[in-house]
Write a protein that binds this ligand. Structure first.
Ligand SMILES: CC(C)(COP(=O)(O)OP(=O)(O)OC[C@H]1O[C@@H](n2cnc3c(N)ncnc32)[C@H](O)[C@@H]1OP(=O)(O)O)[C@@H](O)C(=O)NCCC(=O)NCCS
Length: 434
């Protein structure tokens, strides 16, 4: 299915009116307009507490993110020049869902409001505008990654993908995993960029929760993006299988402990492996690296083999938290997009104060593991919010767990049937920020 070019999606008129009523102008920013683009990029950086962007960084942002729809909010009555007081950008991405398939979704990023205009409803107008624009463009799901877990629940988003950050004491953990038959070699960082993109594209479809990346993201991982910190300290190692195929890549950076040369810290910036051999070889390289005492790895799956490959799994401390947030915009289309793990015949009632997902639905999952879904009457076996449906959509949390939290109500057998059906072959994961 051809993806909708987000830049052709019009601004939402309801948000335009709401912002205008408060004295703000809502506008699409043209990345080709030097002044407007620069002001947008500087406003977004400041909004995320970043520094003023250099000319090189501005150029990188414009080149790499030109495919997105950039939206600014401007204070019509103030002397802020071309600087927006609110920013957001969006595009049509691909979200992997159970069944080794992907669904187009409305990806949202760069939500900032100037601290000088905070808590006047600008973010609300921008977010609701994005959701209506995504829905009107025919997307069934919206998604984002978040700075704070407290902001987006009110807009019907929920954390559908959890992630793990690891700190590994390498001496204690030790390697007890298998040997891999291939070879490891350092590759230069520009080669790493191409490999990151190729490997990610190969593996993401089998990993519910992953989204497609973009060249600029791989350039950042490999520290070749203009403005990258410590590019020279960023190294890459590729795994080559005995058949000569590059099936794994590690990008890492080592920092020294000035008091003890044997206690360096290795940061895993990316470790992508297509298959168990590449995975084992690259993690062994990390764990057994000479002079390294501690490893940091972020955005790992909550269900990975590594802890089972260590001599002492307590050498790995994992911190799990929310990462991939989803918002259901179209219940039938979202439920039809994925495959299920068991048959089911359940009626659900979805409550959505913003209206996108409101309704009673009959959900029938047959032997083909696909959903047939129709609107039904008002008495459903299971009642849940649009956010609870988003939380359980990829199988990242059971509906019975959400019932325990008071977020799902209804018949126990029907909830158990949903649990069996929505369980996915692997825990959802998302290895990038977007
Ligand atoms: C988060 C941010 C975008 C909010 O912008 P804002 O224009 O002040 O937000 P609004 O006035 O539209 O607030 C909308 C609602 O969200 C709530 N809210 C806003 N920021 C919040 C926060 N950080 N934590 C919890 N709630 C928040 C408001 O209280 C309001 O609640 P209510 O109307 O439901 O009672 C802004 O503070 C910001 O730019 N922060 C730094 C960058 C950032 O974290 N961006 C998010 C990226 S994922």
């Amino acid at each position: 299915m051809a993806r909708t070019d987000a830049r052709t999606v019009p601004l939402d008129s309801t948000s335009r009116q709401a912002l205008a009523a408060s004295g703000f102008r809502y506008a699409v920013v043209d990345p080709a307009d030097d002044d407007a683009a620069r002001a947008y990029i500087q406003a977004e950086s400041r909004g995320f507490l970043g520094g003023e962007q250099s000319d090189d960084e501005v150029a990188e942002f414009r080149e790499q993110l030109a495919y997105r729809r950039w939206v600014g909010v401007y204070d019509a009555g103030a002397d802020t020049g071309s600087a927006p007081v609110g920013t957001v950008n969006s595009w049509t991405g691909e979200l992997s869902v159970p069944g080794e398939r992907t669904v187009p979704f409305w990806a949202i990023s760069g939500v900032t409001v100037s601290p000088t205009r905070r808590r006047r409803g600008i973010a609300r107008a921008m977010l609701q505008g994005e959701l209506r624009a995504g829905r009107d463009a025919g997307l069934a799901i919206a998604g984002l990654t978040v700075s704070e877990a407290t902001i987006y629940g009110r807009f019907g988003f929920a954390p559908a993908v959890r992630t793990a950050d690891w700190v590994i004491d390498t001496r204690r953990a030790g390697w007890a995993g298998p040997d891999a038959p291939g070879t490891l070699d350092h590759v230069d960082r520009s080669e790493a960029v191409a490999l990151l993109g190729a490997l990610h594209d190969r593996v993401r479809v089998n990993r519910p929760g992953e989204v497609d990346g973009w060249l600029g993201r791989w350039r950042q991982f490999a520290a070749v993006a203009r403005g990258s910190e410590h590019p020279g300290r960023t190294r890459a190692v590729a795994y080559t299988s005995p058949q000569g195929e590059r099936t794994g890549l590690l990008v890492y950076r080592i920092t020294e402990d000035e008091t003890d040369f044997a206690r360096h810290t290795l940061d895993v910036r990316a470790l992508f492996a297509d298959g168990p051999d590449a995975y084992a070889a690259l993690w062994r390289f990390v764990i057994e690296h000479d002079l390294v005492h501690r490893v940091h790895a972020r955005l790992r799956s909550i269900e990975e083999p590594l802890p089972w490959m260590l001599r002492d799994e307590r050498g790995l401390v994992s911190t799990v938290r929310d990462h991939g947030w989803l918002r259901i915009l179209d219940v039938p289309a979202a439920l039809r997009a994925r495959e299920y793990s068991a048959v089911a015949d359940v009626t659900i009632e979805v409550a959505d104060p913003q209206g996108f997902a409101t309704g009673c639905w009959s959900l029938q999952i047959g032997d083909d593991r696909r959903a047939l879904i129709d609107r039904t009457g008002t008495s459903a076996q299971v009642q849940l919010s649009a956010a609870a449906l988003a939380a359980g959509y990829l199988g990242g949390v059971r509906f019975s767990t959400l019932r325990g939290a008071g977020l799902v109500r209804g018949d126990s057998d029907a909830i158990a049937a949903l649990d069996r059906a929505f369980t996915a072959p692997t825990a959802p994961r998302l290895g990038i920020w977007y």
